[in-house]
Design a binder for this molecule. Structure first.
Ligand SMILES: [Ca+2]
Length: 450
């Protein structure tokens, strides 16, 4: 559902800022929010000192802004042709002024890359598992009705919710219409964002959502499920039957719509997303990849086994079940065979790290554990609790990193880098990993004991 987020990630490394993809051609979605949560206050902080984008020669102080006003007038005509009344348009755009900081985000290049194990350590941590189990219990009846209608199991639906908005805690802070109007009138994706802006106006006019306090990610994903507006228009359902499709204020609608999205993306009821496997010595890594699909029996013939040693073709799966093999961190890391339901999750947000986070979180919500094989690193990633612990240690060392929020932003990275240099740790890359956390913890423990 969201179209705009998620960084392109290859070879187990994740770009920090989203590449834009079309919602239509690739029903992708919104991971920017998750990324922003994890990786930092990315852009605003990172690019605060960047030169102003060349495109905006206009003053950011938007008193009378004739170019923007002309653009809005054009949008009014286009929206009118699509059924948005003049009265609605005027009402929802009254006083609208551009916020050009979103243009910097649109053009931002990733400043850091993040290993997949860092991404997963924060998205699938003990807190999110505990919170998710609480949600499974609290909404058990609702989730059972959703499963009955769409065939998607409760753990998967709740896992998407947990990754998208931390179970409704984080919707994005930017006024939605401001961001979308700005991106509709300036920058390099105007045609795409005009569609999203008009889709938002239609949702407002229909009464599905309310304009007051409507916020989202800088690129326009919003609500519990972080759908882009056009995805919302296409996929959202009024699950509680009150006449509105409300993915901002109504959990039943939000979770029902998540399940509807997965169903529309080809979800197979009763099938797993996939499972962890072992590949034989000498396995050709070039065979791996989500789109290199083969019958399950082909992988078995190549010596691939489930991680527990049992055969691939089992548990309701048949020899010609379509499947692909993933090596998210290369041959030295965990391996997975994935099925159609993995593709359905991937459709929600086209990033491998994102789809794996959903799959792994769902697995843990069911009481399982994945992956069992270790990631190929001697400096593992940190949970959000560990990130907060690291930030607390950095504050105690006198670094000005703002508040302890578990988000690794530019200031935290710089502080980590300074500490890595002081302690002689290499590489001094500013990455928040176990090694720097342990080193600072030990040091403080020793200081406290003396
Ligand atoms: Ca409703």
């Amino acid at each position: 559902m969201n179209a705009a987020r998620r960084g392109g990630q290859r070879d187990g490394r994740l770009g920090m800022l989203p590449a834009m993809t079309s919602n239509r051609s690739a029903p992708s979605h919104r991971l920017a929010l998750a990324l922003a949560l994890l990786l930092a206050a990315p852009a605003a902080a990172v690019h605060a000192q960047a030169p102003a984008p060349a495109a905006s020669a206009v003053s950011p102080v938007a008193a009378p802004d004739p170019a923007f006003a002309r653009c809005l007038a054009g949008l009014k005509a286009t929206a009118g042709a699509q059924g948005v009344s003049a009265a609605s348009f005027d009402r929802f755009t009254a006083g609208l002024a551009p916020d050009r900081s979103v243009l910097e985000l649109l053009d931002a290049q990733p400043e850091f890359t993040t290993p997949i194990w860092d991404y997963l350590a924060a998205l699938v941590d003990d807190e999110r598992v505990a919170d998710g189990r609480a949600m499974l219990a609290r909404h058990a009846d609702l989730l059972a009705r959703i499963e009955a209608r769409y065939g998607v199991d409760p753990a998967t639906v709740v896992a998407v919710w947990g990754v998208e908005s931390d179970y409704g805690r984080v919707f994005g802070k930017r006024p939605l219409l401001v961001s979308l109007a700005t991106l509709s009138c300036e920058g390099r994706r105007q045609a795409f964002f005009r569609g999203e802006f008009i889709a938002t106006l239609k949702l407002l006019q229909a009464g599905d959502i309310r304009a007051e306090g409507l916020t989202g990610s800088w690129a326009g994903a919003f609500g519990h499920t972080q759908f882009m507006p056009s995805t919302y228009a296409r996929i959202a359902v009024d699950f509680d039957g009150d006449g509105r499709r409300d993915l901002v204020g109504n959990i039943a609608d939000a979770l029902g719509s998540t399940a509807n999205y997965l169903k529309q993306s080809g979800w197979r009821s009763g099938q797993p997303w996939g499972f962890e496997v072992r590949v034989p010595a000498g396995f050709d890594a070039a065979q791996a990849g989500r789109t290199k699909r083969r019958p399950l029996s082909d992988w078995a013939a190549r010596g691939v086994r489930r991680h527990d040693g049992s055969p691939l073709v089992a548990g309701g799966l048949v020899a010609d079940t379509r499947s692909a093999l993933l090596l998210p961190a290369g041959r030295e890391g965990p391996a997975f065979v994935v099925l159609r339901n993995y593709d359905a999750i991937y459709a929600y947000n086209a990033a491998e790290s994102y789809a794996l986070a959903i799959a792994f979180l769902a697995e843990r919500l069911r009481g399982g554990q994945v992956p069992r094989a270790p990631w190929p690193t001697d400096d593992p990633g940190l949970s959000r609790a560990q990130r907060r612990e690291l930030q607390t240690l950095l504050l105690a060392r006198g670094h000005d990193i703002g508040e302890v929020d578990g988000m690794i932003g530019t200031n935290t990275r710089r502080a980590i880098q300074a500490e890595q240099r002081r302690l002689g740790l290499t590489p001094a890359d500013g990455r928040a990993g176990r090694r720097i956390l342990d080193a600072l913890s030990r040091e403080r423990g020793a200081a406290g004991g003396s």
